[in-house]
Design a protein around this ligand. Structure first.
Ligand code: ATP
Ligand code: MG
Length: 287
């Protein structure tokens, strides 16, 4: 049995100068190659959890951390900051703010330079990485002239160039249009499936997570309150509604119908199976 790539063991955390805990007794494990969605209301601790995985907490931000966070076999407090970028890459919601260079190639080169990667290697890694995110041929373009979806894929390329084992995306598409969202999620799914990349996505779009995630972890006021497969979690419709969290529309509608005995069988969480099931139901009614 392989070791999980991320282990939180009873982790609590308070930001510097605060009393209130942003994480409270969090214990969880993430296996290498898993695609995990983190859900929760504003302030639930999702970003804080991500920053613990990439070691920014506590190495750079300080604060009070108790319990242990183990990433790829090492306690995060023991990781040199430079090494961490080779293990975990994290991207945030506003790709534009993550761009600082004149060209797409330079944007990808920045992290490599900081990590002391030789120029000869960079010449190979940059086009390889741009290809991975579908930005081949954009090397000399200005990052600010790209679409939002392309900018986000560039931000992801910049972290992927370091060949991390884990990609964390913190609401990566909240500033993107539907096409941009699709581009980013399709790309992450491809990296996960074809390259075995461990993907952790902090996300409000439950439909998308129902489609892609292997597992869903729900945080509330710094605690893990649910942890299971998308089917386990998204069919707990009433519980999630009490928490003010959305569930996929398919699950919501099927649950409403089930309450009136108009839906038999399992509650679907994805749209396509729900449509098939409705068609079958209608077919059965007509027969
Ligand atoms: N730099 C900081 N200093 C002090 N407190 C902070 C800091 N960042 C976050 N917090 C607090 O920690 C708690 C968890 O915040 P966090 O940003 O992890 O939530 P979140 O789930 O990512 O929310 P959102 O959906 O709004 O992004 C909140 O109570 C927040 O106010
Ligand atoms: Mg956040």
């Amino acid at each position: 049995m392989p070791e999980p790539i991320v282990i939180f063991d009873d982790v609590s955390y308070a930001y510097p100068g605060t009393e209130e805990l942003a994480l409270r007794g969090v214990s969880l494990e993430i296996q290498a190659g898993e695609y995990v969605a983190i859900l929760g209301l504003n302030g639930a601790g999702k970003t804080t959890l991500g920053l613990c995985v990439n070691g920014v907490i506590p190495t750079m931000l300080g604060g009070e951390l108790t319990g242990t966070v183990t990433v790829a076999g090492l306690n995060v407090i023991e990781y040199p900051v430079r090494e961490m970028a080779k293990v975990v890459g994290m991207v945030f919601d506003n790709p534009e703010f993550q761009m600082s260079q004149m060209s797409v190639a330079e944007e990808v080169a920045l992290g490599l330079e900081n990590a002391g990667v030789p120029y000869e290697d960079m010449k190979r890694i940059i086009p390889e990485t741009l290809e991975l995110v579908g930005l081949s041929g954009y090397e000399e373009r200005s990052p600010l002239g790209l679409s939002g979806g392309q900018q986000q894929r560039l931000a992801i390329a910049a972290v992927l160039a370091m060949k991390p084992n884990i990609l964390i995306m913190d609401e990566p598409t909240s500033n993107l249009d539907p096409i941009g969202k699709q581009e980013v999620f399709d790309m992450a799914a491809k990296l996960n499936r074809e390259r075995g990349m461990t993907v952790i996505v902090i996300e409000h779009e439950v439909e998308v997570m129902a489609r892609y995630a292997d597992r869903v972890i729900v945080l509330d006021k710094g605690r893990v309150i649910m942890n299971g497969t998308p089917d386990d979690i998204f069919t707990r419709v009433t519980e999630l509604a009490t928490l003010n969290l959305r569930v996929p529309e398919a699950a919501r509608v099927a649950t409403l119908l089930a309450e009136k005995d108009l839906w038999q069988g399992p509650v679907p969480i994805r749209t396509e199976p729900a449509i098939t099931a409705v068609n079958e139901l209608l077919g059965a009614t007509h027969a």
